[in-house]
Design a protein around this ligand. Sequence first.
Ligand code: SAH
Length: 356
Amino acid sequence: MTPLAAHLVRRIAAQGPIRLSDYMAECLLHPAHGYYTRAEPFGAGGDFITAPEISQMFGELLGLWLAQCWLDQGAPGRFVLAEPGPGRGTLMADVLRATRRVPGFHAAARVVLVEASPRLRAVQAARLAPWPVEWADTVQALPEGPLFLLANEFFDALPVRQFTRAGRGWAETLVTVQGGALALARGAPRGEPALAHRLADTREGDVVELCPAAPPIMAEIAGRIAAAGGAALVVDYGGWHSLGDTVQAMRRHAPAGLLDTPGEADLTAHVDFEPLAQAATAAGARAHGPVAQGALLERLGIGLRTARLTEGLTTAQAAGHIAAMRRLTHPDEMGTLFKALAVLPAQAPPAAGFAS
Ligand code: SAH
């Protein structure tokens, strides 16, 4: 049993079953035993690989997308360049390198990372040195001003509540203790005001998920963009209009049991882009997409960038870049499961890669 499992068994035995979202929150961010606070999850030696860790092209193309939005909006002289959930800092490092030659962009940028894990903050500081990076605890704590923001695989790390349709009510997925071990259970069916609109399109036994933290975060980002200008690009895996159980545990690049090794496996859920787009619109900004990651990267020129990076290389040397391009764009890999949602001021010109 992991230390966190022992802690949770004691807590649940004393206080009763907890929501799946509380279990996820403990597993990911428990101060001593949480997955992100404790371990180095990224890369070949870790548990999963994210797009910026696959290839520098991802951050380069998204960085230039952001810089183009900045130029389209008149190149504001001071702006916040923000990233929630920056992991190892690789995406921001690639963004900063690719935008070096965009006149005025670096001089105007104040780089602020939103990171919950003190350990990862240190990794990010080392990766981005000597850039004077700042950190904020939440997006609400970001400095004022035009906001240009990228978020890759951030929203999938936010805990979800999960419900199974039971008659006109919903039975919530809970984590309980059985025979001294963690076990899944279902709460008694209840009416859920937040799911009232899902009674029309679900049937008995259907599972839907809610990510309570996500819409307020998007509302904050979009409200700032509507008021002061800016752009946000949210890239993640998921879909539109949540349906089905999407909570998964990953350990050493393989699926793991959800309850098997709390604190030692990454836990994520598919992102439902619908409530994110709704929150952005309600906050006065405009949401564009989502478009498939593969289509977006192709429209932003990943083919040309691959050709450029492989110029003069031997076939063997070029193979890594070509494999990375395939992995990021092919429908059998990350190309269609991953999607990008753009948020812009309502009156801003359409952004590259998003049909208007
Ligand atoms: N964007 C990175 C890392 C994704 S992993 C990449 O693409 O490689 C998720 C990141 O979000 C980690 O840095 C984790 O510590 C951070 N994180 C998770 N929950 C968070 C929260 N509630 N607030 C701030 N950061 C959080």
